[in-house]
Design a protein around this ligand. Structure first.
Ligand code: C5P
Length: 403
């Protein structure tokens, strides 16, 4: 098989659990995202999913048996480990976690892991009682101390039929942790930084059926929260209603209205070092909420009275102290000029300006074109990039400003 040197190599370890079936989705997403995915399965994992499945999804031979090619194995586990930019173990059993935490290398996967010099993401999957076991928790703590990144587990239905904490996180959520851990390589750490992020739209009810809202999908804010968590920050995300799942390793508070968002952000503001306001807060809400659906024929709908919502960012900025304040702006015209106005009026350290025009439709999209304003109004215009990459660029600027 010819090697594609342009593709970063990711080692994907698959250990023996029913969640191995779901890990095929992760292999597929990593492959589609442009990684050279090298799957190593433990012999137990092959009882749940065949090697052929991973081979078909990744286009690479799957390694299972350390002694398959005796003359090569000792070279192969080291050469693969050397080439890898990142490793992800999905699912990770209690057995794997125990071995990795204690330096045991008795199969192809643990032998390779022991030779790695790159970040390792671990996605555990096990019964809730096993996860809660003191020995397992001590091993998890040890691995975290050694820099291993955990993606889950989450609470949900377990293979044994009960509900509990031990279920493997969804493959898409694990993918986000892997992607952001990969993008974080070589960039500044945000360890010890407490970051507060607002995201999504706010939804202002008019009556039990109707509401005022906007097109924000929340993707930019969620990407920023995940990116910061991957760089070691303690992140609280206050989100309006979105279709997105909670990112892993982030504390998420869900709200509906601007007033609820303000309250949740005020609660988190005291303890934060930086606040990034990506939320598209509805500017107005209905003056009176009608607890009955307003009839179309009645004047109430045509003459709906609106009142202005609080400007959350401006309000929190007035209590700024030593915190770093970052705003976002989305405008269809005179974007930079109007963002410069907001930048000084709201007392910000940085504002990220989304272009909204024929060239760029950021709402709900995976990528974006922005300019970043900092300092005395210096404007840095960035090329189109994914919201994940953009998050790390923004965090680079944030960490420079915090230094
Ligand atoms: O004034 P404008 O809405 O364009 O400002 C955008 C910035 O202000 C964003 O960072 C947004 O999160 C924040 N904002 C806010 N509360 C509002 C309106 C906007 O926090 N009511």
């Amino acid at each position: 098989m010819t090697e594609d040197l342009s593709k970063p190599t990711i080692i994907m370890g698959v250990t023996g659990g029913i969640a191995a079936a779901k890990s095929t989705l992760l292999a597929s997403r990593l492959n589609k995202a442009g990684f050279d995915v090298r799957v190593i399965m433990t012999p137990n994992a092959t009882k749940f999913v065949s090697e052929l499945t991973f081979r078909s999804l990744t286009g690479n031979k799957v390694v299972t048996d350390m002694f398959e090619e005796p003359e090569e194995w000792d070279i192969r586990h080291v050469s693969l480990a050397k080439k890898a930019r990142l490793a992800v173990i999905c699912p990770a059993t209690a057995n794997f976690i125990g071995k990795a935490a204690n330096g045991i290398a008795d199969d192809m996967l643990t032998t390779t892991i022991m030779a790695l010099g790159c970040p390792v993401v671990v996605a555990p999957a096990m019964n809730d009682a096993m996860w809660a076991n003191d020995a397992v928790q001590a091993n998890v703590l040890k691995l975290k101390g050694l820099g291993y990144v955990f993606a889950g587990p989450v609470t949900g239905r377990l293979a044994c039929g009960t509900e509990g904490l031990g279920r493997m996180a969804e493959p898409d959520a694990i993918f986000d942790v892997v992607m952001h851990s990969y993008l974080a390589i070589g960039r500044s750490s945000l360890k010890g930084v407490k970051l507060l992020v607002s995201a999504g739209p706010t939804v202002e009810p008019i009556d039990p059926v109707r509401y005022i809202a906007n097109r924000s999908s929340g993707k930019m804010g969620y990407a920023l929260a995940s990116a910061a968590a991957a760089r070691g920050a303690e992140v609280t995300l206050v989100s309006g209603p979105t279709a997105l799942s909670d990112p892993l390793n982030v504390e998420v508070k869900r709200v509906d209205t601007a007033e609820q968002m303000l309250k949740a952000l005020e609660d988190g503001f005291e303890g934060c070092d930086a606040f990034v306001a990506t939320a598209a807060v509805a500017d107005y809400r209905a003056k009176e909420y009608s607890d009955r659906k307003i009839k179309k024929e009645k004047a109430g709908m045509k003459e709906l009275e609106l009142v202005e919502n609080p400007d959350i960012l401006a309000k929190l900025s007035s209590m700024k102290g030593g915190r770093l304040m970052v705003g976002f702006a989305a405008e269809t015209e005179d974007a930079i000029e109007s963002a410069l106005g907001k930048y000084s009026k709201k007392g910000l350290d940085m504002i990220v300006v989304n272009e909204v025009n024929e060239r760029n439709q950021p709402f709900g999209a995976e990528d974006n074109i922005v300019s970043i304003i900092t300092g005395k109004g210096e404007v840095e215009s960035l090329p189109r990039m994914s919201k994940s990459e953009l998050s790390h660029m923004i965090l680079d600027r944030i960490s420079e400003l915090m230094a």
